[in-house]
Design a protein around this ligand. Structure first.
Ligand code: NAD
Length: 250
């Protein structure tokens, strides 16, 4: 995608999993990539690996639940790489919980990890995007809530809200030349999911529910993000794209 070359990209949660695959994919398009992650060592390792791969990357450690730290990390990436033209709001995690013992503090913490930071990362990058002539924001949703997920009420609620957030922001930011999209991955084979090797039952169960009999890899999600962020997708905004091997088919 020639339109991605030299466009600065910021990936939250870029130290591992889907975010790491995204950081590599954009760097291979010639884009400088900023990695914001609470895993300081992991973010530095990813940046070093991207440099060894011939790309440009900059690690800016921060916990995205700390909005001041997030703003400072975004500012340091922009100072190092120029205005951010593509924001990938990817950090999040699907910690399980028992509904009966759920506390309001835990609920707020889950919303902070999976939802709140998306708005403030977007707020921090949009003036630079507007001044540079436009930009793209890609939010990571999930299919987990689409048919309900037991034990994942807080995560599922946050991920469902990301679809609405995407639509509202798309409407608000469209006149400034900024497109906002959501990718909802299905079960994706990250290092975390396959730690200790892929469980044959997990693999078989995943493939049984998909139309496409190929496991979804982090690189598949990254490839979709490349297209969405490129000028080839200039008419795409406000949508949630499900990338799950044809499981949900909504
Ligand atoms: P992962 O755990 O492999 O990677 C997540 C990264 O985010 C890690 O590097 C972690 O350190 C970072 N992170 C987590 N909380 C953070 C915080 N508070 N501040 C800063 N960094 C933080 O996860 P993944 O599977 O690659 O998931 C990436 C995104 O995709 C998440 O939003 C997740 O909900 C979504 N998703 C994943 C799947 C899947 O099957 N893997 C499916 C649907 C949606």
């Amino acid at each position: 995608y020639p339109s991605l070359k030299d466009r600065s990209v910021l990936v939250t949660g870029g130290a591992s999993g889907i975010g790491r695959a995204m950081a590599f994919a954009f760097a291979r398009q010639g884009a400088p990539v900023g990695i914001v992650d609470r895993d300081t060592e992991g973010a530095a390792k990813t940046a070093t690996a991207i440099s060894a791969d011939g790309g440009r990357a900059f690690a800016a450690p921060a916990d995205v639940t700390d909005i001041q730290a997030l703003r400072a990390a975004i500012a340091s990436v922009a100072a190092a790489m120029g205005p951010i033209r593509v924001l990938i709001n990817n950090a999040g995690n699907d910690q399980r919980h028992d509904f009966a013992t759920l506390t309001s503090d835990y609920w707020d913490e889950r919303m902070a990890v999976n939802l709140r930071h998306l708005a403030f990362a977007a707020q921090a990058v949009t003036p630079g995007m507007e001044a540079a002539g436009g930009g793209v924001i890609i939010n990571l949703g999930s299919t987990s809530w689409m048919q309900g997920a037991a034990g994942l009420i807080a995560y599922g609620t946050a991920k469902a809200a990301i679809g609405g957030f995407t639509q509202c922001f798309a409407r608000d930011l469209g006149p400034s030349g900024i497109r906002v999209m959501c990718i909802a991955p299905g079960r994706t084979m990250t290092e975390r999911a396959t730690a200790g090797g892929l469980d044959p039952d997990y693999e078989a169960q995943t493939l049984a529910r998909q139309a496409v009999k190929t496991l979804v890899l982090p690189e598949d999600i990254a490839n979709l993000a490349l297209w969405l962020a490129s000028d080839d997708a200039r008419i795409m905004s406000g949508q949630t794209i499900i990338a799950d091997g044809g499981h949900m088919m909504r």
